[in-house]
Design a binder for this molecule. Structure first.
Ligand code: HPA
Length: 251
């Protein structure tokens, strides 16, 4: 997952269940601020294998910032300023597609944004010109391929496609909302995929998402969704996510 120009750090945004990377050889910790405010956590610099990495914990460390209150602009700006040009966002998601049950890993290729009221652009205020970025392909194809290859080598259950539906949260969805999302073409549902992806694109970063399914989406099973179930899926699936991340750094 290296930049062609050499070893600029890969940015990793850890989500629910990934507030730290045990295999990261930490070389430094920086508390930074940006023109858009404070990022969710300090930046951890380190090495995964030979690859420099800069790690940020999306919900803070410890986990305390809900999805709708994450300062996505500050997070992306901080990683950009730290030199990252490729960013991997790790997202806990609910599974809608029948093959995407708990502990399954998804490398989405598309997204639909259902969030509202979030600061979702850098292009506002006193602008020299109005800018509309192309967002046809929200995830960087090359970086996706690196993750997919790494997932194959790791031998973990994963899907190399998927439409990520980004919901507002923090509540989970109703069964009817999930049925609507399924009709729209969503395969997985999460609360943090947007505006993170678009802000990365606006900053010229190559962004990719790695989704860990932590529950069946609402109405996809006959029981309600519990935190215990979510924690169990995280315990089961997060080692696969870490394996994929580590393997991808060797590419
Ligand atoms: N819905 C939305 N976000 C989520 C879910 C879900 O079912 N699971 C984990 N994040």
């Amino acid at each position: 997952m290296t930049e062609q120009s050499g070893k600029s750090p890969v940015g990793i945004i850890g989500g629910t269940g990934l507030t730290s990377l045990s295999d990261l050889r930490i070389t430094g910790e920086e508390s930074v601020t940006t023109a858009w405010g404070e990022p969710s956590s300090s930046l951890l610099r380190g090495q995964l294998g030979d690859q420099p990495v800069v790690f940020l914990s999306r919900h803070g460390n410890p986990h305390r910032i809900p999805p709708h209150q994450v300062n996505y602009r500050a997070n992306i700006q901080a990683l950009h300023d730290a030199g990252a040009r490729v960013v991997v966002g790790v997202n806990a998601v609910g599974g809608i597609h029948g093959d995407m049950g708990p502990a399954h890993i998804v490398v989405p290729d598309q997204l639909i944004d259902y969030t509202w009221g979030r600061e979702s652009t850098f292009f506002e205020g006193d602008l020299a010109e109005v800018t509309h970025i192309d967002f046809t392909w929200p995830y960087d194809q090359e970086a996706r391929e690196v993750l997919i290859e790494s997932a194959r080598l790791a031998g973990v259950p994963f899907s190399a496609f998927g439409v990520y539906g980004a919901t507002q949260g923090p509540r989970l969805e109703t069964a009817a909302e999930i049925r609507r999302m399924e009709r729209d073409g969503c395969d997985i549902v999460g609360m943090t995929g947007m505006p993170e992806a678009v802000l990365a694109a606006e900053r010229g970063l190559r962004y990719v998402s790695l989704g860990l399914v932590v529950n069946w989406a609402a109405g996809k099973t006959d029981h309600i969704i519990t935190m215990a179930e979510i924690e169990e899926a995280i315990a089961q699936g997060m080692s696969g996510v870490k394996q994929i991340l580590e393997g991808s750094m060797e590419k």
